[in-house]
Design a protein around this ligand. Structure first.
Ligand SMILES: NC(=O)c1ccc[n+]([C@@H]2O[C@H](COP(=O)([O-])OP(=O)(O)OC[C@H]3O[C@@H](n4cnc5c(N)ncnc54)[C@H](OP(=O)(O)O)[C@@H]3O)[C@@H](O)[C@H]2O)c1
Length: 219
């Protein structure tokens, strides 16, 4: 497996994902930022030896690209880089919450992941990590249980390629069907946030679906 994976953005999710990919993954990792010098500083602090810092533009060279941006800027980014993203796998982690987290910028019957796919018809969009709050990405084990990560996509080959790249990471990856399932997945994330606040675990919350024994063998 020689493909390169890139993460764009050094925020909460970008940092947590790079740490996990660097510690457990086998791909070459590019870490894009608007401020590569600050990203270099983070690489030193986190003691990551196998991560190459670059600009967001340079990070588009990767085969699998994870833009760890807010949903509000994701669409403009996709439109601006549509040509460079042709033939690539773009992993959408975004939840389209409104600015005060009281609702969504998408209407019922649409999702951020589907919007991204329609803006990038020549790319394969994968939805993943949407229900996994960044503290859980940093620490996916809780009382002996792994966090689930729901993986969606309309292109089965791209889903398999993504799963191959992340299989060593300490999550239980579940194949969760087509991108339209993100209409549910994204909305459920806001309910998780409400639950996390009510039960005083925020921002440590994710999914663990009861009853599935053999997710790896799922077709
Ligand atoms: N936070 C969570 O627990 C969580 C969980 C699941 C999914 N998500 C999703 O993950 C995505 C990122 O969330 P986050 O919490 O990591 O956000 P965040 O901490 O605010 O980080 C976002 C990063 O995007 C980059 N960025 C910000 N504004 C930009 C702009 N105008 N142009 C280009 N890059 C910009 C910045 O990185 P640089 O300064 O390095 O460029 C910034 O650190 C969101 O879509 C969110 O819905 C978050």
């Amino acid at each position: 497996m020689t493909k390169t994976i890139s993460v764009l953005g050094t925020g909460n999710m970008g940092k947590a994902l790079v740490k996990q990919l660097s510690t457990h993954g086998q791909s070459r990792i590019l870490w894009g930022s608007r401020n590569p010098e600050e990203a270099e500083q983070l690489v030193r602090e986190l003691q990551l030896s196998n991560v190459t810092v670059c600009t967001n533009e340079e990070a588009l060279q990767a085969d699998l690209i994870i833009p760890a941006f807010h949903a509000s800027i994701l669409k403009d980014w996709a439109v601006a880089h549509k040509d460079q993203l042709q033939g690539k796998i773009v992993v959408d982690i975004s939840n389209p919450f409104n600015s005060d987290f009281s609702g969504f910028t998408t209407s019922w019957g649409e999702s951020s992941a589907e919007q991204l796919q329609s803006l990038l018809p020549a790319s394969a969009v994968i939805g993943a990590f949407k229900n996994t709050f960044f503290k859980v990405v940093e620490e996916p084990l809780c009382q002996g249980q792994q966090s689930d990560v729901l993986v969606t996509g309309n292109d089965e080959n791209a889903v398999q390629t993504f799963l191959e790249h992340v299989k060593a990471l300490p999550f239980r990856f579940l194949q969760a069907g087509k991108l339209e399932n993100n209409r549910t997945i994204e909305r459920f994330t806001l309910l998780e946030l409400e639950l996390a606040i009510r039960y005083n675990t925020y921002p440590y919350i994710s999914l663990q679906i009861f009853g599935i024994q053999q997710p790896v063998a799922a077709g």
